[in-house]
Design a protein around this ligand. Structure first.
Ligand code: COA
Length: 176
């Protein structure tokens, strides 16, 4: 079996160069039509500002940030958000699962999900929650990996080029 074309790691601090590369991935996903909080066109300035805020949260222990790198730099990422109300210390939100279009359909999305679940266990989290565009590429991935579908919220957000999309909420119980 061929070894994957990427390496994966969790960042404890995020460098300026990594922020630029994460911005590249986010801009590419938005250009590709992914509904991931931002409208098209996403300027580099806004994308970098987003990742700077993420970097601050990583440094403060409020988020765990995973990156995958190929020969060109960061090609995929996912986050666990720990900054939740005090009555939910056992859970995290999984967010900003992004794979650059150059690295898709090679199993990186699945590998990021597995790495995120493993990181969540390292932090003693027993419940993960996420939402995704109903019927999109990501939803097939979550279903394939055994996440439990809660339901749909119609007209939840806009696609980057406009037009409302429905969101579907999933959870994953990590208890042994
Ligand atoms: C959703 C997303 C993260 C998936 O990333 P990915 O790296 O392409 O995911 P995978 O490679 O694990 O799986 C994608 C597909 O490739 C297929 N695949 C995996 N390895 C493969 C291989 N070696 N050869 C051929 N196909 C392969 C999978 O079976 C899957 O098929 P399907 O879409 O028909 O179900 C990516 O499309 C993305 O970043 N989208 C934009 C951002 C986004 O929407 N993020 C989700 C926010 S909730």
């Amino acid at each position: 079996m061929n070894s994957p074309a990427w390496t994966m790691r969790r960042l404890h601090s995020v460098s300026a160069a990594q922020i630029e590369q994460l911005a590249d991935v986010l801009i590419d996903c938005v250009e590709g039509g992914a509904s991931v909080s931002f409208m098209h066109p996403l300027t580099r300035e806004r994308a970098v500002a987003f990742w700077r805020r993420v970097a601050q949260d990583v440094a403060a222990g409020k988020r765990a940030l995973l990156i995958a790198e190929d020969a060109q730099g960061v090609c995929g990422t996912a986050q666990l958000i720990f900054d939740l109300p005090e009555n939910q210390p056992h859970r995290a939100d999984l967010a900003k699962m992004l794979v650059h279009r150059r690295a898709r359909r090679q199993g990186l999305g699945a590998a990021l999900m597995q790495a995120a679940e493993s990181a969540a266990r390292d932090f003693s989290k027993t419940l993960l929650v996420l939402d995704c565009v109903t019927g999109g590429d990501a939803e097939r991935l979550y279903q394939r990996l055994g996440w439990v579908r809660v339901g749909d919220i119609p007209d939840y957000a806009l696609f980057p080029q406009g037009g409302l999309c429905s969101a579907t909420v999933y959870y994953r119980n990590l208890r042994p």
